[in-house]
Each structure stands twice: as C-alpha cells, then as structure tokens.
Design a protein around this ligand. Structure first.
Ligand code: AQP
Length: 333
C-alpha cells in the first residue's frame, strides 16, 4: 500500500544517535520505497519554543538538511523543506489550537519534562507545540508518521484533534488521523551517562550522546566513558533486567548491526564490558563516520543545501496551501 509519510526534526543542533536510530534511519528506508510519498520537515518553528541564537539556528537548519541527505534521503525523491517557509503551518496551528482542549495538552509529558519545575517561565509555544505538530501532519493528509517512542503521545493527540475537527464541523474524514510508525525495538535511545534519561540534543554534557558529526576519536572516547555497572556482560535477557545502561548499549549494538537483542547478548555473554565496548566503538565508527564525513562535505556547499530547501518549500506549499484554503472555508472564513 502506498503511504504518505510526514515527519520532522528540530534544528536545535547536535543531531545524535537517538535521532538517527529512532527516526532518520527509518526515514531513509521509507524514502527508498518507491511506493511512498515522503515529506521530511526541518521544524524550525518548533525549535524556537525554547530560546535560540538566530545565527546558530540558521546554521542548524542547514546542518539538519545535510544530515538528512548524508544519511541517505534523496531530495529528488522526498520533499525536504523548512516549516517556517510554508505559512499554512502557523495558520493551521492557530485554527487547531481553537479545537484542541486545555485538558488534552495538560496531559502531555514532554511539556512537563522540558518545562521542568518552573513551568510558569516556559513559553506558550512550548505548551502548544503538539498542536503545531498536528497541523504539520494534517496539512499533508499524512497516513504514517515515523517517530521515536517519545513522540507517541503527541501523535495520539493529533488523532484526537483531527477527529474533533471533523465532528465539530461535520466533515467526516476531512482531516486524516495518521498512524505512528514507531520501531518495535530500540525506539528510545538513552543517555550514555544515565540510562534513565533519553539521549538528547539539549543535554549539557556532550559525553551523554554520540553526535552524527563526531569523529572516530570522539566516538571511541565517549563509548569508553559510557556508564556501565560492575557486573559482567549478561548471559541472557533475565540478567539484563534493571541494568539500564547495559540495556541501552546492547540495544544500540543490536540496532546498528540489524540484529536482535538476544543474539547481541549471546555474542558478548560473560565477557567484560571493555571487550564489548571495543566492538561497539568499531561498529559505531563504521556506521557513523561515513555520515559524519558526508555532513561535513555537504556543509561546505551552503548554496546546494539552500536550494534543496527552496525547492522543498515550493513543493510543500503547493500541497499545504490547498488544504489550509479548505480548512478556512470549513471554519467559515
Ligand atoms: N533518544 C532518542 N531515541 C529515539 N528517538 C529519538 N528522537 C529524539 N531523541 C530520541 C526522535 O528523533 C526525532 C526528532 O526529534 P526532535 O529533534 O524533533 O526533538 P526531540 O525529540 O525533542 O529530540 P531531542 O534530541 O530530545 O532534542 P531536544 O534536546 O532539543 O529536545 C523524533 O522523531 C524523536 O522521536
């Protein structure tokens, strides 16, 4: 069946292994299937929900495009564009924010995590972020949205918003409720320093993540310093229980080598962490270095990266402007 794919990545710098294994690797597979229509968005409107340095933001937008292309997304097959280039996203978000309910947004765990203790000081944008995300997806009638496990709740909200809009305005199936595409295993990669926290761009310690632009020595050093526990490598799944850091590192190994957790456990059963870490570093260097080198090469050609975005904005605008026109008519404007 042909799928209409939409997904986004925030240009907030430090794209990492979690973004790659949780989302971008999946984007590439979807891009490679000719039956799919794929749209991959650099969600710069989402990025400004927390303070950004304008110069850094511009640089990070290009770096996100370079990462998409370096990872294997073909800009001639998939639409790659930046969100702020298509006005329908902001317009759609406003209209849908009048459909979404406060009670629904109050349940969103990502806001609670990102706002932290002092939520009074968080931006309104950070709170209403999932409504903008719903507009992003619904404007393109996306059938499937590939995301990491952390975005599951936002997608459920998107489905609720679509359904309420259709009910409120008596337009059955006008906004299409999308399906999440979340990998069954390894859909949440955790910090190298704390197995209970997700690997994240905004984490202060660079040692907590493998960046997609890291070089060989950085990768080896980060894996060497990654937190483990004093026990030897587990012999079976049961021995892995409650050992968050070991689970994460073995999960990364399994995901990168396209194998199962069970077979990765078997491979290193009873060995020392240092032996396993050496193998993991080798695998990471093999997989990440070609992407990292390609990103660096692409970043030298800014006009090429800008031309990808310009072309993508034009194509995305054609689709989104038609949908927002209909939305406005339905609402009564
Ligand atoms: N640790 C992760 N494991 C698996 N998937 C992940 N994703 C992010 N972190 C992990 C997935 O990557 C896609 C793009 O994410 P994003 O850049 O839009 O925002 P995010 O989820 O907020 O990512 P970060 O790294 O945590 O950024 P900051 O620190 O800026 O908030 C999404 O599909 C996401 O699920």
């Amino acid at each position: 069946m042909s799928k209409k794919i939409f997904s986004g990545v925030q240009p907030t710098g430090n794209l990492h292994l979690g973004n790659y294994l949780g989302a971008i690797k999946n984007f590439v597979e979807l891009n490679n299937n000719d039956a799919n229509q794929c749209i991959f968005c650099v969600v710069d409107l989402h990025a400004i929900t927390v303070k950004q340095d304008p110069k850094e933001l511009k640089k990070n937008i290009r770096e996100t495009v370079a990462t998409f292309v370096a990872s294997g997304i073909d800009p001639n097959k998939s639409i790659i564009f930046n969100q702020s280039g298509v006005a329908a996203h902001s317009e759609g978000a406003w209209i849908l924010s009048c459909v979404a309910r406060m009670g629904w947004l109050n349940r969103m765990t990502q806001f609670k995590e990102k706002a932290g203790k002092d939520k009074e000081k968080a931006s309104i944008g950070l709170y209403s972020y999932p409504v903008l995300m719903a507009a992003d997806i619904l404007l393109y009638d996306a059938t499937h949205v590939p995301v990491g496990d952390d975005q599951k709740q936002h997608l459920e909200l998107c489905r609720d918003i679509a359904q309420k809009f259709n009910n409120d305005f008596d337009v059955e199936d006008f906004l299409k409720a999308p399906e999440p595409l979340i990998q069954k295993e390894f859909s949440r990669i955790m910090s190298l320093k704390d197995g209970s926290n997700k690997m994240s761009k905004s984490e202060l310690s660079d040692l907590s993540r493998i960046n997609l632009t890291d070089d060989k020595d950085q990768i080896i050093n980060k894996i060497k310093k990654a937190k483990t526990d004093p026990l030897p490598m587990p012999k079976d799944i049961k021995e892995l229980e409650g050992r968050l850091e070991a689970q994460n590192l073995l999960g990364i190994f399994a995901s990168l080598s396209n194998s199962t957790l069970e077979s990765s456990i078997e491979k290193f059963a009873g060995k020392n962490f240092s032996d396993f870490k050496q193998e993991l570093s080798k695998l990471l260097v093999n997989k990440i270095m070609p992407i990292s080198e390609e990103i660096k090469k692409l970043l030298k050609d800014q006009s090429y990266l800008d031309s990808i975005l310009l072309d993508g904005v034009e194509k995305a605008n054609k689709i989104a402007s038609k949908k927002i026109k209909k939305i406005k008519e339905i609402v009564g404007f």
